[in-house]
Design a protein around this ligand. Sequence first.
Ligand code: FE2
Ligand code: FE2
Length: 284
Amino acid sequence: MSVRATVLCENAVYGNIGAIAEHGWSVWLETPRGEFLFDTGQGKGLLNNAGFFQKDLTAAKGVLISHHHSDHTGGLLDAMKAIRGGLSGSGVPIHAHPDLFKDSFRTDKDKPRRHIGVPHTRSVLEAAGADFRLETGWREVEEGIFMTGEVPRKSSYEIGDQNLKHYGEAEELVVDPIRDDQTVIIDTEEGLFVVLGCSHAGVINILTYITEKTGKSRFHTVMGGTHLGPVEEDQISKSIAALHEFDIGRIGVSHCTGQKVAARMAAEFGERFFFCSVGSKVEV
Ligand SMILES: [Fe+2]
Ligand SMILES: [Fe+2]
C-alpha cells in the first residue's frame, strides 16, 4: 500500500509562510484505503494548516487519536465541524482508547498545575458528529492500517515523564502511566510506516510490540514524538542506543522529542534522520 503523510501540526514551521506552529501534533494520512487524520493538535493551527497544505478534511474516513493529552486532542471539535461537512450528517468515527476523557495534569516544579486532558466534553463532541470507537487493544482500522492500543511496558529504562499526573485510586495525584498512548502503523510493500503520537509507552516498547504483533521487523519510516525531551539521561541514551538495533529506513522525530535530543539523533542517524515539522511530507 502507498502512503503520503503530511504533518499539519507541530512545534515548528520553516519556510511555509502562512502555516503556523504550536506545541502539538497532527498528521494527515493519505492511503488507498482512505484518508485519515491522526491527532488534531491543540486546535490553533489545524484548520489553517489543512487549508494551507490543501488537505480536504471533509475527505477524512475517520480520526485516529494517539492519547488524551490536549496538544493532540484540542483540535477535535474543529475537526468534527470540518469533516462532518463532507459526511452529510453521519457520525465521524473517532478511534481512541477508553481513557480519552480522563482528567490529567502537568505538574512542573514552580509552575501552576495545568489540566492537559481533552478540552471539550464528550457530549459537545458527539453533538458535533463524533462517533467514538473506544477500545484498549490492537485494532485494524482498515485493511493494513493498525493502531497499537495499549503497549506492554517491558523495557527497564523507559520510565517516562514524572511530571504528568492523574488521580490514583485514593484520589491523590500520582504519576500517569498514560496507558492510552498508541501508535499508527501502515503496512507497505517497502516496510512498516509508523507514526508515533508522543511515545509515552516508550519508543522501544512500541517498536518491539509492533514487530511482535505484525511479525515484521523492517520499518520504512518512524516519525513523530518520542517524549525523550522531558525524561532522564539514562532513558535518553539507552533508547537511542536501542533504536540502532532496529531496521529503520527513515527516522523523523519531533514534538516532545525536544530540539536538544532531536539534534543528538540527527548526529547519530545521519542521512536516515529528518526533522519532522509542520509541512514535512513523507511518501512511500
Ligand atoms: Fe502527551
Ligand atoms: Fe504531545
